[in-house]
Design a protein around this ligand. Structure first.
Ligand code: ADE
Ligand code: ZN
Length: 336
């Protein structure tokens, strides 16, 4: 294939759309279930994996929330985070802005501090041992009461350093971004980064609302913007990053198959697209797998891969010095 020769796993990558709960591989789920005395309603790893045939976002979320039941204490969250970082490091991960869903755990009686302590321990170890940098983004479940999100954002604001930013995820249709205006206003006022899922299954109007009402710095997914040329023009003009997740879109039937995925057309249209894995344990691969999938299905060139990697660095919440280092690492890959 023309201009596609380099090792994509060696391309230094920043991942900007990664739910740590979505990295729970069936093997670890069973291990934690046993450790914590949690009964998983599946006989084996294979039987659990066989459930990974989703009709849409909601059918995925049902299983995703159910399997989080095995995560109980901070050691479980540390093991989960470290397992993700091991796998992603082998595919070139150098920085991650990592999402977690506190309400998926607090509703089961797991304290927020246990979740954050465990995830941070995994992130800190990866920084020391591998030089992988990170930020932590707390996502609100948009299909739960706004009052819960307000409580969480107030807790985050009261503990500076607990998290670096906030996001919005879960079942999208019927739960527009505007409902969370006050939550995001409080986060922004406290200097937290702000992102939101919008335009994954719901239409371009959700993307506009995320921009205009929530003031987001990036749009997670955002691919439904393609239904609105004026919105695409605006996103290009404003250089608004979109964290696109190709494998996820195929598995959740937002896109027919990978060969139909619009990510490279979006890139050519001038959109600041990035490639991410979303929930890699459920969707068939990690960030490097997504890049390699795009090469196989769409003929992603080395030059396009480099551009995608640079977009992710520029759109990341890594500091300016770290972003410069990451660009230098990409320069070395491109020159190699
Ligand atoms: N792709 C996705 N969309 C919305 N919420 C999610 N939570 C985990 N993955 C998600
Ligand atoms: Zn997501």
């Amino acid at each position: 294939m023309a201009d596609a020769r380099k090792d994509l796993d060696a391309l230094p990558k920043a991942e900007l759309h990664l739910h740590v709960e979505g990295t729970l591989e069936p093997e670890l789920a069973f291990e934690l279930a046993e450790r914590n005395g949690v009964d998983l309603p599946y006989a084996s790893v294979e039987e659990l994996r066989r459930q990974y045939d989703f009709e849409d976002l909601s059918s995925f979320l049902e299983l995703y929330y159910a399997t989080t039941a095995v995560l109980r204490g901070s050691a479980d969250f540390e093991a989960l985070t470290s397992a993700y970082l091991d796998r992603a490091a082998a595919q070139g991960l150098r920085h991650v802005d990592l999402f977690f869903d506190p309400q998926a755990h607090t509703v089961r009686g797991v304290p927020l501090t246990a979740v954050v302590e465990g995830v941070r321990a995994g992130l800190d170890a990866a920084r020391e041992e591998r030089g992988i940098t990170s930020t932590l983004i707390m996502c609100f479940l948009r299909d739960r009461p706004v009052a819960e999100a307000l409580e969480l954002v107030d807790a985050a604001v009261a503990q500076p350093g607990l998290v670096d930013g906030v996001g919005l995820d879960s079942a999208e249709v019927g739960h527009p971004p505007g409902l969370f205006e006050e939550v995001f206003a409080r986060a922004r006022a406290a200097g937290l980064h702000v992102v939101a899922h919008a335009g994954e299954e719901a239409g371009p109007e959700y993307v506009r609302e995320a921009l205009d009402v929530l003031g987001v710095e990036r749009v997670d997914h955002g691919i439904q913007c393609l239904r609105d040329p004026a919105l695409v023009e605006r996103l290009v003009r404003e250089r608004m990053p979109l964290t696109v997740c190709p494998f996820s879109n195929v598995r959740l039937r937002v896109v027919g198959e990978l060969a139909d995925h619009p990510v490279l057309r979006m890139l050519e249209a001038g959109l600041v697209v990035t490639v991410n894995s979303d929930d890699p344990a459920y969707f068939g691969g990690y960030v490097g797998d997504n890049f390699r999938g795009l090469r196989e299905a769409l003929g992603l060139t080395d030059a396009q891969a480099e551009t995608l990697a640079r977009h992710a660095v520029d759109a990341s919440f890594a500091g300016p010095g770290r972003r410069r280092e990451l660009h230098a690492e990409i320069n070395a890959w491109a020159a190699g």
